[in-house]
Design a binder for this molecule. Structure first.
Ligand code: DC
Length: 230
């Protein structure tokens, strides 16, 4: 059996990180972890409890409530990857709404939230054989990952993808709304004090504005082969 490695996939929102990460994990029979889902689940928790809404954020109460936030990925054999559970309830659908997307960057700025999630993410990777996607995987969670990919694409291309995804799920949003959300999140993700989104110095940049999913997938598989055969 070939050696198992850790693959960190970071990048801007809606660059197709999770699609690629899932594909790679499936091909290699690795565990896939979507860390954005964890930040989204904490955001949903804050919304449910009234800690965050438009123009209001009770950060202190959220931080004090963190011990009561239990996050777990439960493997769904039909899908081939783990789904996000918040306090034992499947929240996959609830965390993918535009409302959660609008608040999530605020939640992801909170250091205590990051510390809790990063600790859990590190422990998920101790046996390697993992593909994890997020914003700080190659820099903070797994700085020693054998393969780091940093994904980019233009904001318009990314907004179009997210818009199509939401429309497919029947959510009524405009393209302009989605583009604005993408641009705002880019700004907050790259400017926050704790673990801003930056390309790790040893990450390989993958601009997929004009790559097909298959081309991108093959490229990453080649990189994996190279690392494993080193
Ligand atoms: O990947 P996503 O769009 O589902 O992520 C949702 C938000 O969570 C994103 O705006 C930034 C934040 N995030 C983060 O700060 N760190 C991560 N490792 C993953 C996501």
């Amino acid at each position: 059996m070939s050696k198992k490695i850790t693959i960190a996939i970071d990048g801007f929102s809606s660059t197709g990180k999770s699609t690629l990460a899932k594909q790679v994990a499936k091909e290699l029979s690795y565990v896939y972890v979507d860390t954005g889902a964890m930040y989204r689940a904490v955001t949903f928790f804050a919304m449910q409890n009234g800690y965050i809404s438009k123009d209001y954020f009770d950060k202190e109460t959220l931080v004090n409530s963190l011990p009561f936030v239990e996050l777990q990925f439960k493997f769904n054999p039909d899908l081939g990857f783990g789904e996000m559970y918040l306090n034992d309830i499947n929240v996959e659908k609830e965390i993918r709404t535009i409302e959660v997307s609008n608040f999530v960057s605020k939640i992801a700025e909170v250091s205590q939230v990051r510390a809790k999630l990063v600790e859990q993410q590190k422990s998920m990777g101790i046996h390697k054989g993992i593909v994890m996607d997020g914003r700080d995987i190659g820099t903070v969670v797994f700085p020693d990952a054998e393969l780091k990919i940093f994904m980019t694409a233009s904001p318009e291309v990314r907004a179009r993808r997210r818009f199509d995804e939401l429309a497919e799920k029947g959510q009524s949003v405009t393209f302009e709304e989605v583009l604005k959300n993408v641009q705002e999140r880019d700004y907050i993700d790259t400017h926050r004090e704790d673990s801003p989104l930056v390309k790790a110095t040893d990450a390989i940049e993958l601009d997929n504005s004009s790559l097909t999913r298959e081309e991108q997938f093959q490229k990453v598989l080649e990189l994996v082969e190279e690392v494993i055969n080193q």
